[in-house]
Design a protein around this ligand. Structure first.
Ligand code: GLC
Length: 547
């Protein structure tokens, strides 16, 4: 076994995202950890994935689930040690699974040694220049320097006094106040991230997921500019180029590519870039990161016309720019697809989460069927599919976490406007019974609902119709079926049904509607997202067929 020498392994891979604090707890402290991942290498191998991506496991006070990093070149002591990391990497490599780590370059945590130094230093000092410190507006500098807003808190500026500073400056944080933004015009910052990338690449890490890649470079020329319409994260509003999706960021990624190409095989990367659609390909180009998450399917309704348009457009872009398309339905920031697809179209997800799941009609059975059908549809496409932990179990979003136990700053910081993302971060259930359903020997850091028992690995393992069995078989078959990167649509005559094939005679049909349709008699069923009866394809079902 072990790793293949294929330099292009990532172009049509299946990458499984591990949110380490919620995957498996090896020492009974309620938090998942690195040894927990190592203890489940066999399970990961049984999924037939090509790689895992680990969300941050670095030292962190968890102001934002670990995306507030104290030290980019260490493991949080609560999660293990660098030696544990090396062991995990080695064990995964032995069974042919590659490893991505998460790089968070837009901001550090407020506990990072550089930020501590910055707060303790004078305005205008070299230490402050690594972050974005500015004088405030108003007669006494009592107002924030610009109208920029934060994703989690009202303003993107906090006064230095909130961090123990004795001067009268403000610092910029496009996320929580505990996540100060770096000044990417500062050479030391750029150099330090190259050192971090090299640190992990030298240890044998195969790839990197780049957090909010489109936000690193800002227009910091004086005087700082207000934005026309303050938005967070997403940059589609004209004028917001002050903060998002700037040309200069591509110079950074070109320098990262030069580093990645010094390795054999070259290290790979994927951008999380909420950039303008016409610009996403730049992040994914072969002379930059190679891939960027494509969130189009994640944001779409389960609808044939929409899916076809998304696939056609993204595959054309991947071919034109030499990248590989990605398909994403879930991650640690998003409502789980079984729940999303179980809601009526156009449902307001934030209102739904805030109502603890009570205000809309949720059809979780249909949602789960649609979610597996959608993911099998994507797994048959050319490109790379990202699967978030627990999707293989068909986990629903957890909607009733008591307010007192919510950890997400999206809820805590934003006037409780949005209940946040904890509902998809609840620790995985491994066994039917036991405290924390086998997640650890004690409790779980977020409460698991009783119904997690029936979604546990143990409960689903022996059942051929379970999501786990269906995913496992799909991923096993896929390994043998992946072919060159072409696909061809076939007209079905039914607006709710999509049919495409790959050059080796691998066909995929998905029924997005409610009414069953007849399967093409000349093709043979090789796998389906739910059991089929007779030669019909029921609603919310995907079938793979061969010629
Ligand atoms: C990304 C992460 C999210 C985090 C944010 C700030 O969007 O996926 O979890 O809160 O960046 O780092």
């Amino acid at each position: 076994m072990g790793l293949t020498a294929d330099r292009d392994w990532w172009r049509q891979a299946v990458i499984y995202q591990i949110y380490p604090r919620s995957f498996k707890d090896s020492n009974g402290d309620g938090l998942g950890d690195i040894q927990g991942v190592t203890s489940q290498v066999k399970y990961l191998q049984s999924l037939n994935i090509d790689a895992v991506w680990l969300s941050p496991f670095y030292p962190s006070a968890l102001a934002d689930g670990g995306y507030d990093v104290d030290d980019y070149r260490d493991v949080d002591p609560k999660l293990g040690t660098l030696a544990d990391f090396d062991e995990m990497l080695n064990e995964l490599h032995k069974v042919g699974i590659r490893v991505f780590v998460d790089i968070v370059p837009n901001h550090s945590s407020n506990r990072h040694i550089w930020f501590q130094e910055a707060v303790a230093s004078e305005p205008g000092s070299a230490a402050r220049d690594r972050y974005i410190f500015r004088d405030g507006k108003g007669a006494n500098g009592e107002l924030p320097p610009t109208n920029w807003i934060s994703h989690f808190a009202p303003s993107a500026w906090s006064h230095e006094s909130t961090q123990g500073g004795t001067g009268n400056q403000w610092y910029c944080h496009l996320f929580a106040p505990e996540q100060p933004d770096f000044n990417w015009d500062n050479e030391e910052v750029a150099e330090d991230f190259l050192t971090t990338l090299k640190f992990w690449a030298d240890r044998g890490v195969d790839g990197f997921r780049i957090d909010v890649a489109h936000m690193m470079k800002k227009d910091l020329s004086e005087p700082l500019k207000d934005v026309p319409e303050p938005v967070t994260l997403d940059s589609k509003v004209a004028g917001n180029e002050v903060l998002f999706d700037r040309d200069e960021v591509h110079e950074v990624f070109k320098s990262w590519r030069a580093l990645f190409n010094q390795y054999n095989p070259p290290r790979v990367a994927v951008a999380e870039a909420w950039a303008k659609p016409e610009n996403i390909h730049r992040y994914a180009s072969p002379d930059e990161l190679g891939q960027a998450f494509n969130f189009d399917l994640l944001l779409a309704d389960f609808d044939a016309t929409t899916y076809r348009e998304i696939v056609t457009r993204n595959l054309a872009a991947a071919t034109k720019y030499g990248s590989s398309s990605t398909w994403v339905f879930s991650n640690h920031d998003q409502v789980r697809p079984a729940t999303r697809y179980g809601l009526p179209r156009g449902a307001d997800l934030i209102a739904f989460k805030n109502s603890n799941g009570r205000s809309e009609t949720l059809d979780i059975g249909r949602g789960l069927q649609a979610s597996i059908a959608a993911q099998m549809f994507a797994l048959a496409l050319p490109g790379c599919t990202y699967i978030y932990q627990g999707e293989e179990l068909g986990l629903p979003e957890v909607l009733d976490i008591p307010e007192s136990q919510i950890q997400d700053p999206q809820f805590l910081r934003n006037n409780k406007f949005d209940k946040g993302r904890d509902g998809c971060r609840v620790p995985l259930p491994w066994t039917r019974n036991g405290s924390s359903f086998g997640f650890g020997s004690a409790c779980a850091h977020l409460p698991q609902p009783a119904h997690f028992s029936e979604y546990s690995v143990e409960a689903e393992s022996g059942v051929s119709t379970s999501p786990l069995a269906i995913f496992r078989k799909a991923l096993e078959l896929r390994k043998g079926l992946v072919t060159t990167e072409e696909m061809q649509w076939h007209e079905t005559g039914d607006p709710n049904v999509l049919h495409f094939s790959r050059p080796n005679g691998w066909h995929c049909l998905t029924n997005f509607g409610q009414s069953p349709i007849a399967l093409p008699p000349e093709l043979k069923v090789i796998h389906a997202s739910q059991p089929l009866t007779g030669s019909v394809l029921t609603g919310a079902t995907t079938v793979w067929m061969s010629a």
